[in-house]
Design a protein around this ligand. Structure first.
Ligand SMILES: C[S@@+](CC[C@H](N)C(=O)[O-])C[C@H]1O[C@@H](n2cnc3c(N)ncnc32)[C@H](O)[C@@H]1O
Length: 360
């Protein structure tokens, strides 16, 4: 039986994820490219609305130690998990608050407001309240990153969901089984969508494509709501591109992450993207993960790399990562890896882990 939105979020954990498209460093750089050059990252006050169990915000706080990070979520269970993780990491620059955004009344304004995977997952009154909150609490130098499902591509996914649900009901099977059954009779386009859904896995699918509420809007409609809330649309949060509804229809876009500033903020000259410094990673002699990544390894949570990408490791490799507390040499770790993860080609794997910035 399909569950309501509130039941789903109170009962189960939404899978912990970080989101590179809501990376404050990237978003601020893109805003500068779009002529909004004042959004600050160092020392910024960052708010994440609908932060879930805090995986993204903890990773942001872990990297941006000078920022003051606050996460708010309506789910008691998620906020309790987020607070526990924050306590374990010892990070002093992150806190969490249980509240609906509709009643949330924190002190002051924020330089960066992130809300990822929330807009399309809440009823319209919450969408409106959330945009209104952002319009009122974004600082004059601030930017907000809002992601949402796009109707142009989402509606064909929903047609697939409808057919798969019929199979589920008839056979009393889970989403993954029903998707596999449907794929045998699907046309080429439907089969592509099914493959994409299967790749997400059951946990994500239950809250995403098969969630009780996944409401897709057009970019134009979201921009209109933002403008009514005193905001100005800048562009895509990663590429800076200013898309439009016609292109979304043509490309069957399913998801967007866009940045906004206040309507009364002044735009200046566009500043070209700064050269990415080519980082020179050296494998440390005594590999040491920081407290947040160590906790992720110990608790079997995805580890987040230096670009805020989540990386899911098999359990046997997590054991090796959990041993990287700076007390063991590379040689000792190689021996340990042989014991707990005999199939692991340790040296190239360690180089890969180093290059992803896990020890940065
Ligand atoms: C799909 S989950 C996304 C979680 C996280 N942002 C992510 O992308 O991994 C949506 C989140 O919005 C939260 N939420 C729903 N309604 C809310 C409200 N009125 N105020 C604050 N948070 C809300 C839910 O509890 C849930 O954690």
């Amino acid at each position: 039986m399909q569950r309501t939105f509130a039941e789903l979020y109170q009962a189960e954990a939404y899978p912990p994820m970080s989101h590179p498209s809501s990376d404050p460093i990237v978003n601020a750089e893109v805003a500068r490219f779009l002529g909004f050059g004042r959004s600050k990252v160092e020392g910024a006050r960052i708010l994440e609305i609908g932060c879930g169990t805090g995986h993204h915000l903890l990773s942001v706080a872990n990297r941006l130690r000078s920022a003051e990070c606050l996460g708010v979520d309506v789910s008691k269970k998620y906020i309790s998990t987020a607070k526990n993780l924050a306590r374990q990491t010892g990070l002093k620059n992150v806190s969490f608050c249980e509240s609906s955004i509709l009643e949330f009344d924190p002190v002051g304004e924020f330089d960066l407001i992130i809300t990822h995977g929330v807009f399309s997952w809440v009823p319209n009154e919450v969408k409106v309240g959330m945009m209104d909150f952002i319009g009122k609490r974004l600082s004059i130098d601030g930017i907000a990153t809002v992601s949402f499902n796009v109707a142009a591509g989402w509606k064909e996914r929903m047609l697939v969901v409808e057919k798969v649900r019929a199979i589920q009901t008839a056979g009393d099977v889970d989403e993954m089984t029903a998707l596999a059954v449907f794929k045998d009779v699907a046309d080429a386009r439907e089969a592509e969508i099914v493959d994409d859904m299967l790749a997400k896995g059951l946990e994500v699918l239950a809250c995403d494509d098969f969630g009780p509420l996944t409401d897709a809007w057009s970019l134009g409609a979201v921009v209109k709501l933002a403008e009514m809330s005193g905001l100005r649309w800048l562009g895509d949060s990663v590429s800076g591109e200013r898309g439009d509804d016609l292109t979304d229809e043509k490309l069957k876009t399913t998801f967007r992450s866009e940045i906004f500033c206040r309507k009364d903020a002044l735009l200046g000259e566009s500043i070209p993207f700064s050269e990415q410094s080519s980082e020179n990673f050296i494998v440390p002699h005594f590999p040491k993960l920081d407290a947040w990544r160590l906790i992720c390894a110990q608790e079997c949570l995805p580890l987040v790399d230096s670009k805020l990408k989540s990386c899911v490791f098999p359990f046997s490799q997590l054991k090796v990562l959990a041993a990287m507390d700076g007390s063991r040499s590379v040689m000792a770790l190689a021996g340990f890896a042989k014991e707990v993860s005999p199939e692991l080609d340790f040296v190239p794997w360690l180089k890969y882990v180093t290059e992803r910035g896990f020890f940065a």
